[in-house]
Write a protein that binds this ligand. Sequence first.
Ligand code: RI2
Length: 319
Amino acid sequence: MVLTKTADDISSMRVRGAGRIARTAAAALQEYGASLDCKTLAAFTGEMEKAAEILCGTRPTAVSLPNAVRYVMQGVRRAATLEDAQRALNDRAAEFIRESYAAVEKIAEIAARQIPDDAVIMTHCNSEAAIACIVRAHQQGKVREVYATEVRPRNQGYITIQMLSDAGIPVNFIVDSAARMFMPKVDLVITGTDAVTANGAVVNKIGTSQIALCAHEARKSFIVAAETYKFAPRTILGERIPIEWRPAEEVTGSERKLPAHVTVKNPAFDVTPPAYVDLIVTEIGAFAPSYAPVVIRDHLGWDISEFQKDYAYSHHYGE
Ligand code: RI2
């Protein structure tokens, strides 16, 4: 079953990264729709709505996931016939995937202009969008070296150093807690994001907000690479982005050596306030965090009446 396998791959993080989970969900909807043998539009729509809900429930923080699902499902929801729905599902899923890759390319092109010659860059976690920016600047001969963090507890930093090394970029691999020590050596920080809220706050891998704080203190630019489908429409209604809390074993390992009464807190993401974000680079341009509501309204095209119908950010983990 493509759908349950994909849902499991995303929740277990075999498929991870905000952009990749969005594309994977779009492809799963497309494949699931093609596998259905429904005789009526209502039956097809009903099955697809159930599939959409399962996928949206896999990981709660990255809004790329519900945004991708909504984009694909709009074709089904607006269709007048079964054939229309099937065609629209197929076309919109393919379009989302294609546009998602194109967005990363455009972001890299725009962000590279922000990167000075002989640049020393810090990044945190593993972001396709952020790495694309660094690689593009490197191709332009502008990157001296990168500081990449380890990213406890899931160690996504190893993926980042592999990708940067494969691109021929010199990398310094540091533990997360060394970020402040090395901040004076860097020119700018670039990260990806899982969600940008209506007030321009950036929700990204745990530790991002500390690095942004250090960058602010050291007067270094903090740049976020974000496809527009990382912007969170429902935050305009005052909804908060749920922060995913993951199992204690990710932190302790399976052989827990802690006293029995000790609890382990393992939030996967944190929130960087807009005051610590210098620039958000999207495929439609680079702008200040205060521009976020314009992206949601004018570019994502969310109409207030739609909010009532679509999926709420309904999962709450931890505290
Ligand atoms: P791209 C990741 O989440 C990281 O937080 C990363 O910064 C973000 O997705 C954006 O990734 P996780 O799935 O879409 O590792 O830029 O928890 O690749």
